[in-house]
Design a protein around this ligand. Structure first.
Ligand code: DTR
Ligand code: ZN
Ligand code: ZN
Length: 319
């Protein structure tokens, strides 16, 4: 395993750009009445058109780089460069952490929003790598784009939360959550203890979607459930997720975790179709880990709701 190399970028004029962008602030979104509005800061609406624009970029990157965005392939580093460019321009302090897996260099992108209590960090993450068979638009362009747009909304709002905000895009998740494991393994214990919660977003736009909430930290779980209750959308507990995505790296270090998921190759039941719509007897995502995981493999309503839920949780847990 290589010694982690980190490059840090603190943009000079980015704050000015961020202030200018506040002129385009989307309409604020009402926090569901039952969400303890007094305690929760008001999260902005996340424009799903912006999220889809990031997915289009990921699609183009894959098309220009051998058809995928997998670890060790040029499409992955191009994805990192795209996300980093957006965050640098929006005033984030970014760093790229390198690691080696399967003989290839991998990259984690970490982005800190300046300010907030450094001893209380609210952390949102998503893996940015795809499998080698395709562009990985739902898995996991959806989670990557959803938290990218949430981070950009933080900048547009010039949000100043009580807690410190950190975002990350992980490498080599598909090889066994390698990037996030590397990050946590190299994080001093004193730094681990400062993370109030880690929120994971891996597949949040499945074409035949379910609405699953991780059943880990109760406060994080309730925050997500409150959001969906406010929309009148029923949720189910995510039961198969343990160990199956990057939140496991944090959970194994004793850090409170939570997250959202819209389903993979498991088939939607008739009961689930009755409450969520969609097609019973069909996989939540029948293009899971396949070449057909393209921009056509996204349910826009699910992508929109989960991106808004991510913003809601970031605001509610950091205020
Ligand atoms: N391991 C993820 C997809 C996945 C499958 N089941 C779950 C449950 C919870 C989160 C993610 C997943 C991947 O293939 O990237
Ligand atoms: Zn996957
Ligand atoms: Zn995934």
């Amino acid at each position: 395993m290589t010694t982690p190399t980190t490059t840090r970028t603190t943009p000079a004029l980015a704050i000015a750009a961020g202030l200018l962008a506040t002129l385009l602030v989307p309409a604020a979104q009402a926090v569901p009445a039952d969400a303890g509005t007094a305690a929760a800061a008001v999260a902005p609406d996340i424009p799903v058109a912006n999220v889809k624009a990031h997915l289009n970029q990921f699609s183009t990157i894959a098309a220009n780089n051998g058809g995928n965005r997998a670890h060790g392939r040029p499409g992955y580093k191009a994805s990192i460069d795209y996300v980093k460019g957006k965050l640098d321009a929006a005033g984030f302090t970014t760093s790229v952490q390198q690691f080696t897996s399967n003989g290839a260099t991998g990259y984690n992108l970490i982005a800190d929003w300046p300010g907030g209590d450094p001893n209380r960090v609210v952390f949102a993450g998503a893996h940015l790598d795809s499998v080698t068979s395709g562009a990985g638009i739902n898995d996991n362009g959806s989670g990557s784009a959803g938290i990218l747009e949430t981070a950009l909304a933080v900048s547009r709002a010039q949000y100043k939360p009580a807690k410190h905000l950190r975002f990350a895009w992980w490498g080599a998740e598909e090889l066994g959550i390698v990037g996030s494991k590397h990050y946590v393994a190299n994080l001093p214990r004193t730094e681990r203890s400062k993370i109030a919660g880690y929120l994971n977003f891996d597949m949040i736009g499945s074409p035949n979607p379910g609405y699953f909430v991780y059943d880990d930290d109760p406060t994080i779980e309730k925050t997500f459930k409150d959001y969906f209750a406010g929309l009148g959308v029923p949720t189910e507990i995510e039961t198969e997720g343990d160990g199956r995505s990057d939140h496991a790296s944090f959970k194994n270090a004793g850090i409170p975790v939570g997250g959202l998921f819209t389903g993979a190759s498991t088939r939607k039941t008739a009961a689930q179709a009755r409450k969520w719509g969609g097609t019973s007897g069909q996989a939540f995502d029948r293009c899971y880990h396949s070449s057909c995981d393209t921009t056509a493999n996204i349910n826009e309503t699910a992508l929109n709701r989960n991106s808004d839920a991510a913003a809601y949780a970031v605001w509610a847990l950091s205020s």
